[in-house]
Design a protein around this ligand. Structure first.
Ligand SMILES: Nc1ncnc2c1ncn2[C@@H]1O[C@H](COP(=O)(O)OP(=O)(O)OP(=O)(O)O)[C@@H](O)[C@H]1O
Ligand SMILES: [Mg+2]
Length: 375
């Protein structure tokens, strides 16, 4: 086993099983026979020199480019820049590799390889023709794809399956920590693939874990995690609930309108549920011919997943069975959802306020001060 110096510390703490030789062409893990360490020049050629016309996305950690490899396969190349002083980005890079090389599931993105070049790190994935759920669902007319009910059902179930696999089938269990619409990629058949494992955490036992750094994306953050840093699988269940409500409603986690001002989707869904007019939440672009009973069930499962009390949220496998009606939720009581609505008490680095709700919280320090829950 050989590590370059910059990787050795990170790898030894982040993974027990992945073995990666960055200097060579091979990497071993449990499911990573095809993992390749690419040369920089290979990726440069594949992406036309990381040209603007090849750029397909931009995230908090860097840009993503479409590329064509010598063997003819089309890939997405994510470029991350590591800050030399803080090594920001390195941990996410290492976490992505160590986590993804051990996993194989049809609803998780496939990592084909990586590359290290100076302060730049590259992650190479299978290219997903339909980009992300955020773009398709919330990108309006621009993307040209209208999601019908069947597609929304298939996407919801696929994400639930991917998460149930991470939470309950993989040993040790994995908490993704950043489930959101832009991290759900869609292939040519609109099959969802959970991506971005840079923030994921591996659980070595069943004990809950207190994180000194809360990470994730506001709007999808479970309240107990934002407040105390208590990390459990239920924080992904919360984010999944928000995502499910987005998929059904076609609305973003927070909306602004003149009548109501800033409105959270979770809050809106709860009000609509309480007013007994649950179908009002269904995206009108779905049309009239959708199964109403199923839509009601999906929204109820969404609300169950965002319950304020983590213990009331179902495990992912259970949520999946509720969606497919293998578990009847008819008599299940739905209580008030939790919501991180007051951002003033969260401290981001030196800042005390938050610029936007969908901002990435990558080094957020938990202040243990009370955030409001929606009531
Ligand atoms: N394998 C892929 N195939 C096609 N498009 C991709 C792929 N990976 C990423 N993208 C596109 O690039 C965008 C940026 O991805 P990235 O994961 O860097 O950031 P993000 O998820 O949008 O935001 P954040 O950094 O907050 O997680 C995605 O939203 C998606 O549109
Ligand atoms: Mg992402």
């Amino acid at each position: 086993m050989k590590f370059t110096s910059c990787f050795s510390n990170c790898f030894s703490s982040a993974s027990e099983t992945a073995i990666i030789d960055i200097g060579g062409r091979e990497a071993e893990g449990e499911n990573d026979q095809n993992f390749t360490v690419f040369s920089y020049s290979e990726l440069k050629v594949a992406t036309h020199g990381f040209s603007a016309s090849n750029k397909i996305g931009e995230g908090a950690f860097g840009s993503v480019y479409k590329g064509l490899l010598r063997n003819g396969s089309i890939v997405a190349v994510k470029m991350l820049s590591v800050e030399p002083e803080s090594m920001r980005g390195e941990r996410e890079f290492v976490s992505e590799i160590t986590t993804l090389t051990k996993l194989k599931h049809e609803n998780l993105v496939t990592l084909k390889g990586c590359c290290v070049n100076g302060a730049n790190r590259f992650l190479v994935y299978n290219y997903m023709e339909n980009n992300s759920l955020a773009q398709i669902l919330l990108g309006g007319e621009t993307n040209g794809i209208k999601l019908g009910w069947e597609a929304r059902r298939a996407i919801s179930l696929g994400v639930a399956r991917g998460l149930a696999y991470l939470h309950e089938e993989v040993e040790p269990h994995i908490v993704h920590r950043d489930i959101k619409a832009s991290n759900i990629l869609l292939d040519q058949n609109l099959m969802p693939k959970v991506s971005d494992f840079g923030l994921s955490r591996i659980f070595r036992d069943n004990a809950s874990h207190i994180s000194t750094h809360v990470a994730g994306t506001l709007g999808y953050l479970a309240p107990e995690y934002a407040i105390s840093g208590r990390l459990t699988r239920k924080i992904d269940v919360y984010s999944f609930g928000v995502l499910l409500l987005e998929i059904i409603s076609g609305q973003t986690v927070v909306n602004f309108d003149l009548e109501h001002g800033e409105r959270y989707l979770v809050q809106k869904a709860w009000e609509i549920y309480r007013a007994n007019s649950i179908l009002q939440l269904v995206d009108p672009t779905v049309g009239m011919n959708y199964p109403e009973e199923e839509a009601i069930r999906f929204i109820k499962v969404g609300l169950l997943c965002v319950q304020e009390t983590a213990g009331l949220r179902p495990e992912m496998s259970k949520a999946l069975k509720m969606l497919t009606n293998d578990i009847d939720i008819e008599g299940v009581q739905i209580s008030q959802p939790g919501l991180v609505a007051d951002l003033m008490n969260i401290k981001l680095g030196q800042k005390t306020t938050f610029p936007s709700l969908s901002s990435k919280v990558s080094s957020l320090e938990s202040t243990h001060s009370p955030l409001s829950s929606y009531s």
